[in-house]
Design a protein around this ligand. Structure first.
Ligand SMILES: [Zn+2]
Length: 280
């Protein structure tokens, strides 16, 4: 019985989707870029709470013991056909792929839900809730900018590239990315912010073929020094040389889009001013 249980756990582990997007460092970077992009009105809400937003940016990855949580972090596009014609409602999604729609991921709809939470937090006037809602929204917006979160081949399992997911989103980020070296555009008002997640996902999806090709090329070039899952220094150099600009671009875009989402949530809530703290 125990052997059976162990075998089952191993099987489930092997079947499990990749743990996170961007890893902890990437999600922190996205949050800190977004806060830097804010104009004075919404920025005042985060004074002294910047670390709190970054500290909670990976929280949703720790909620995956709830079965419903996993698919909130991705959208597998291939079953829907043309990436330009993705369903914009869950009813449309169900009409195209049937009851499987949830298993294929619900990321854009979760971004909409968490954005509504942020509007509500601003309306309520509670800066603690605003910080937490921002961290959670930022997590999902960050995930939408990871190309491998938009494809069935999310870990290169169909192209003999297992592990490419974490090599790209954590391996490259942890070796090379420093938040202060990245720049971010100022957040801007956007009446269509609610519909942007689909555009972000389409742009991410377009990056998948080159990402996989660069991983294969880095592996081919360094094949003699590559052993099992461990990649050589040479592999990392080549993969970074090819994909480094893409990693930076996606982190910057995620930061900018989170900044836009925060600004527009604040506008939707009626541009509330943060209440002054009562004197002690
Ligand atoms: Zn995630």
């Amino acid at each position: 019985m125990r052997i059976f249980t162990r075998a089952l756990s191993l099987l489930l582990l092997l079947m499990a989707p990749p743990l996170s997007a961007w890893g902890d460092r990437g999600h922190r970077v996205v949050s800190s870029l977004a806060l830097r992009s804010l104009p004075e009105g919404p920025r005042a809400w985060f004074a002294g709470r910047e670390a709190e937003v970054c500290d909670h940016a990976s929280d949703p990855d720790h909620w995956k013991s709830d079965k419903k949580e996993g698919p909130r972090h991705f959208l597998d596009m291939e079953p829907y056909g043309d990436p330009e014609r993705l369903p914009h409602t869950l009813e449309e999604a169900r009409a195209i792929v049937g009851g499987d729609y949830y298993r294929l991921g619900v990321l854009p709809w979760i971004i909409q839900d968490r954005w509504r939470d942020l509007v509500a937090a601003f309306s309520e006037g509670d800066p603690g809730k605003v910080a937490l809602a921002t961290a959670v929204l930022g997590h999902y917006i960050g995930d939408a900018h990871v190309p491998l979160h938009t494809t069935l081949n999310h870990d290169g399992q169909f192209t003999h590239q297992r592990g490419v997911h974490s090599r790209w989103e954590s391996g490259l980020v942890e070796r090379h990315i420093v938040a202060d070296e990245l720049t971010v555009l100022m957040a801007s008002p956007d009446a269509a912010i609610f519909h942007r997640p689909w555009e972000w996902l389409q742009a991410s999806h377009a990056l998948v073929p080159q990402l996989l090709a660069d991983d294969r090329e880095a592996d081919r070039t360094t094949a003699q020094t590559t052993r099992g899952k461990q990649r050589s220094q040479a592999y990392w150099m080549i993969f970074w040389a090819r994909q480094g600009p893409v990693v930076k671009q996606q982190l910057q875009r995620a930061g900018e889009h989170l900044g836009d989402a925060i600004l527009n949530a604040w506008i939707a809530a009626g541009k509330p001013a943060i209440a002054a703290k009562p004197p002690i």
